[in-house]
Write a protein that binds this ligand. Structure first.
Ligand SMILES: [Zn+2]
Length: 320
């Protein structure tokens, strides 16, 4: 039986509901927030307030996209999930090197050691100290997605992380969420994961809408991979809304492969911190814009409900 692993418990995919495919519910202090204090989303109370508004607009689930030791906090994610009734999927995996200090284990470990850490997050529970200290104390809160990232080029470090993520997927069935830098290197990510035996139906590439070339998107989607667009509120007015344009063009053509998120990893985006547009944006303004552009309700249901349920369900793991 397939399932989705939320931070609190496993659920049948049919229970996921309206889902944002790339969010940041909690970001604790660390290198990302020292680099940019606007990334600091460390308050459980504020996250509860923001997710209550999301729930009020019809939202039921979010994929939290913060992997190991870059501000992840499984205990806080569990508190927010309990406090709101919103399903939160927590991530294992590794982010870009700029979010870690130079000597960090993520820069040094071979793929087989990364694999072990990822699989233990998925099967046993995320460390209380988020793999930042020598003594592990695993929480009962498990990871339900593997997040990996590539930057301007795919470095040896990123190849190790891609390999470890792929092998963790094959071993456990856990889905994969990738960061692309401005949409770059999507086909290279896909090629690497496919060579390692990953089922692309359980892979979601993030931020590909930052490169709004329709032909590029058709090449990506032709592989069977899923994508997540999250810049619908970011474009400057003078640029129009290329994310909306991509949705209107491609959702009818690839109805089973496109999802939406906000990747709203800044205080200045959350209403509860006094920012805008708030996590309700996709379910209010953006949904209205999609409807006005002719996207019917049944396709919106696939984007927000059916596709996340299928993508973030665990695949059958390989026989041991
Ligand atoms: Zn993100």
């Amino acid at each position: 039986m397939s399932f989705i692993r939320t931070v609190l418990f496993d659920i049948p995919p049919s229970e996921l509901g309206v889902c944002y495919a790339h969010e940041h519910v909690i970001i604790d202090p660390g290198i990302p927030t020292w680099t940019n204090p606007d990334f600091l989303l460390d308050s459980v109370e504020t996250a509860i307030e923001e997710l209550r508004a999301f729930h009020g607009a019809g939202g039921r689930a979010v994929i939290d996209s913060m992997p190991c030791d870059a501000g992840r906090n499984a205990i806080k994610l569990a508190q927010v999930a309990r406090g709101t009734g919103v399903h939160i999927v927590a991530a294992t995996g590794l982010h870009l090197p700029k979010y870690y200090h130079p000597g960090h284990w993520g820069n040094e470990y071979p793929a087989h050691k990364l694999l072990r850490l990822f699989v233990e997050d998925i099967e046993e529970g995320i460390d209380t100290h988020d793999y930042s200290g020598p003594i592990l104390e695993r929480t009962p809160y498990r990871a339900g997605v593997i997040k990996i990232a590539t930057g301007e080029t795919i470095t040896a470090r990123e190849e190790r992380a891609l390999t470890a993520a792929a092998q963790a997927h094959v071993a456990t069935g856990c889905p994969i969420l990738t960061h692309t830098e401005q949409g770059r290197l999507a086909l290279q990510q896909i090629g690497h994961l496919r060579r390692e035996g990953v089922d692309l139906k359980h892979v979601c590439l993030s931020h590909t809408d930052r490169n709004p070339d329709v032909g590029y998107h058709r090449d990506i989607l032709a592989t069977g991979v899923r994508v997540e667009y999250d810049s619908g509120f970011r474009w400057k007015q003078a640029d129009g809304n290329p994310t909306l344009d991509l949705c209107v063009e491609l959702i009818p053509e690839f109805p089973d492969q496109i999802m939406l998120g906000m990747d709203a990893a800044r205080r200045t985006y959350w209403t509860s911190y006094g920012g805008s547009p708030g996590l309700t944006f996709l379910l209010t303004q953006f949904t209205e814009q999609l409807k006005d552009a002719g996207i019917p309700d049944d396709l919106l249901h696939r984007v927000f409900v059916t596709n996340p349920a299928a993508t973030f369900a665990f695949a059958e793991p390989a026989a041991p």
